[in-house]
Design a binder for this molecule. Structure first.
Ligand SMILES: [Zn+2]
Length: 220
């Protein structure tokens, strides 16, 4: 989180005072979550509880002045936090994970389909071997011939049926995957679905295109 404060229009928090610089200071959080204020080489300085500072840890109860006159209400300034760059960065793994999983579902199911369809033929091959083995010992066993004919007809049908059932699962799995993606791949502030657009393309937009949101996706 970074809140840029100053007189210029493109700050997050505009402090309009003659002693406030265009880009006066910024409020952020350090790695442990503590608030700090940092002076951006302002002309008239930033003061915390009366002491001029360059960078200092603050709480909302500290008295912060920009220049000699302008008192900054830290609680108010925090409401202008529009920096969602940390949350946005996490969406990269959401997008990459979705694409990877999509490819996995498609390829693994194709493999299973083929496997299930080929197993019956292997069974027939084994059955054929067994039949020829027994035929050497006994002269003409009609029972085994009948069983092998039944196998030859029924087993491939079952295999094709199982294979078809397996591939019928693909649309459902992909549908569930797409639904989850629509929930996860959203603007971290307004929750608008970002579409099936690569994260690398979105980051070029720098901020949410929704007019009422405009969350910053990339820190300046
Ligand atoms: Zn948004």
């Amino acid at each position: 989180m970074i809140i840029r404060i100053g007189k210029a229009e493109d700050n997050d928090y505009i402090a309009d005072d003659i002693y406030v610089s265009r880009y006066h200071a910024r409020i952020g959080r350090d790695d442990t979550g503590n608030l700090f204020i940092e002076d951006l080489n302002s002309s008239n300085g930033t003061f915390v509880n009366g002491n001029r500072i360059m960078k200092k840890k603050i709480t909302t109860s500290d008295t912060v002045k920009l220049g000699s006159l302008y008192t900054l209400n830290v609680t108010d300034a925090l409401k202008f936090d529009n920096d969602y760059s940390d949350e946005f960065a996490l969406l990269k793994s959401v997008y990459d994970g979705y694409i990877k999983e999509k490819i996995r579902v498609q390829s693994s199911n194709q493999f299973k389909t083929r496997l299930l369809q080929s197993i019956p033929f292997a069974v027939i091959g084994v059955a054929g071997l067994v039949i020829s083995f027994f035929r050497k010992g006994t002269s003409g066993n009609n029972g085994i011939i009948i069983i092998s004919i039944i196998l030859a007809i029924c087993v491939p049908i079952i295999g094709i049926y199982l294979g078809a059932r397996q591939s019928a699962k693909i649309p459902e799995l992909l549908h569930n995957l797409a639904n989850k993606f629509k929930i996860d791949y959203v603007c971290p502030k307004c929750g608008t679905f970002l579409g099936e657009v690569p994260w690398e393309s979105l980051i070029n937009k720098k901020q949410c295109p929704v007019a009422t949101c405009r969350a910053k996706w990339v820190r300046k």
